[in-house]
Design a protein around this ligand. Structure first.
Ligand code: GBH
Length: 513
């Protein structure tokens, strides 16, 4: 009730209709970080015994897919430039660095019978360098890169993938449990499955719009849950780390207040993120009833003997339910939803979901075609999570903005300020948000967009030998926000020089989730 009244107040007050522009501060134990992922920054795609991943194969086989031709073979060369990466994190003054481990770098075949020590050495060095400077490693075990040999066995549509991932996760836990306190099992199962196995715009580029995406969703969730349980059993007591999962939770709302549009928005939320959130955080577990109802019914009509949405057994529901210490929320933008205006091919996920997305014509546009700035969407998404799920501690594990190259990135600054302001309101209104992660620490390979969309707080000169990194305006602004713990719209540094400043307010990182 108290929450509801506060929400109403926040929505009513203020000249722009939703914010009152009062000064709010991030609490002292709120964590700030920056993120990257292995394929996008490391390079060294076949260095020192690394195996081939689905992204290596996807972009080697389809060079024309990459907007500017720059794939992840060299990327930002973090495989060699990691000392500079840590230096940048120190310049920013962040509490943690979210990066991912490339499965193929440490287990070239995907299986644990062959361990690539040289690959592990890279992560040893990076983690030790971070800890030396009191920056917590937040490790993602899977950020879109399955070892190619496992793909040849069906990848995430093979139920054995659950065990493959569990074994890999245990191996990495064992190696780093004493040093890493924040773990993310899987980055964005929604993207992994719906863009990798259904729409096929991401690796492995399958086009299984009817069945593959859903089978993948089930296996990825089970894999996540098995890894979580393994950590609970073998490591939690001794090392007290936290294990979560990152899910893309953009905001989806009705284009206008009609029954059709409201129902379409509900379908969008259920298919886009409910499918992955509900099994872990809803009261009864399992996939959302709405998705089950739609896909089961259509499957029958389409002549399938069993639903295209796989069933979870009672034991599987129990395994997945509650299998996370926190939600890693990746939030970028908002979509306005109406029922689809055209007929999709069927059977397909799109036809099941039956939605069409647009974005506000007045919203500022980033370089990526799907990305527009609508800070209130983060506020609404947070409130939605808060009202619809039981206690759900959140860490924003990605939020960012794409632009052209250039150091004066006022758009990125405005976008970050807008969203951090919205986040402060959501927290005031009862959402448990423990941290925020800027995507990305530096420019990198934006999957099939190559380096044509720049997400970095630091610009990377991809033409230079060292992949020289230079702080953008947004890096200085972020540093100032971390120091002051508030969002000041008018603040501007006198120049674009950034340096490491001694920091005496260091968190002790024992965040209670
Ligand atoms: C995140 O995905 C990823 O985790 C990260 O690796 C990535 O660099 C970052 O976002 C920025 O994109 O071309 O219109 O069909 C966010 C989800 C999935 C959104 C791919 C854009 C392509 C949409 N993204 N999707 S479109």
């Amino acid at each position: 009730m108290r929450v509801a009244i506060l929400c109403l107040l926040n929505l009513l007050i203020g000249s722009d209709g939703w914010s009152d522009h009062r000064k709010r501060k991030f609490p002292t134990n709120f964590l700030f970080g920056a993120a990257t992922s292995a394929y996008q920054v490391e390079g060294g795609w076949n260095a020192d015994g690394k195996g081939e991943s689905i992204w290596d194969k996807f972009l080697h086989d389809n060079p024309d897919l990459v907007a500017d031709g720059r794939n992840g073979d060299v990327a930002s060369d973090s495989y060699h430039q990691w000392r500079r990466d840590v230096e940048m994190l120190r310049e920013l003054g962040v509490d943690f660095y979210r990066f991912s481990i490339s499965w193929s770098r440490v287990l070239p075949t995907g299986f644990e019978n062959e361990i690539n020590e040289a690959g592990f050495k890279y992560y040893d060095n990076l983690i030790d360098e971070l800890l030396k400077h009191e920056i917590q490693p937040m490790v993602t075990l899977y950020h879109f890169e399955l070892p190619q040999p496992l793909q040849e066995l069906g990848g995430w549509t093979n139920p054995l993938s659950v065990t493959w991932f569990e074994n890999y996760a245990k191996l990495v836990f064992r190696r780093y449990a004493d040093k890493v306190k924040f773990w993310i099992t899987i980055n964005q199962p929604n993207t992994v499955c719906m863009e990798g196995y259904a729409s096929g715009i991401m690796a492995p580029g399958l086009n299984s719009k009817d069945v593959g995406g859903y089978e993948c969703a089930k296996n990825v969730l089970l894999a996540h849950a098995k890894a979580y349980r393994a950590y609970q059993t073998e490591f939690k007591k001794k090392y007290e780390g936290n294990v979560g999962i990152s899910i893309a939770v953009n905001w989806f709302e009705a284009l206008s207040n009609t029954t059709e549009n409201n129902e379409a928005a509900e379908r969008a939320r259920a298919f886009e993120f409910g499918l992955y959130l509900d099994p872990i955080w809803s009261k009864k577990g399992d996939f959302p009833d709405l998705v089950k109802k739609i896909v089961d019914k259509k499957s029958t009509e389409q002549g399938f003997k069993t639903s295209r949405l796989p069933k979870l057994t009672a034991a599987e529901v129990k395994l997945i339910k509650g299998s996370a210490d926190f939600l890693g929320m990746n939030h970028y933008t908002t979509f306005q939803v109406q029922p689809s205006q055209t007929q999709f091919e069927a059977p397909s996920v799109e036809d099941d979901r039956n939605t069409e997305y647009t974005q506000g014509p007045a919203w500022r546009a980033a370089k990526s075609p799907w990305l527009k700035s609508a800070p209130y969407g983060l506020y609404k998404a947070c409130l939605h999570l808060n009202l619809n799920y039981d206690y759900l501690p959140i860490i924003i594990t990605e939020h960012g903005w794409s632009s052209d190259p250039g150091l004066e990135d006022q758009d990125r600054v405005d976008n970050m300020r807008g969203y951090l302001g919205a986040l402060l309101l959501a927290m005031e209104d009862g959402t448990e948000v423990k941290g925020y992660t800027a995507w990305s620490l530096m420019d990198n390979v934006e999957w099939i967009a190559g380096t044509s969309e720049r997400f970095g707080l630091y610009e990377v000169d991809f033409e230079s030998e060292q992949k020289t990194r230079t702080a953008r305006l947004s890096a200085l602004v972020y540093k100032h926000i971390i120091e002051s713990r508030e969002v000041e719209d008018a603040w501007r540094p006198s120049n674009l020089k950034i340096a490491i400043t001694k920091n005496d307010k260091k968190n002790n990182y024992r965040v209670e989730l």
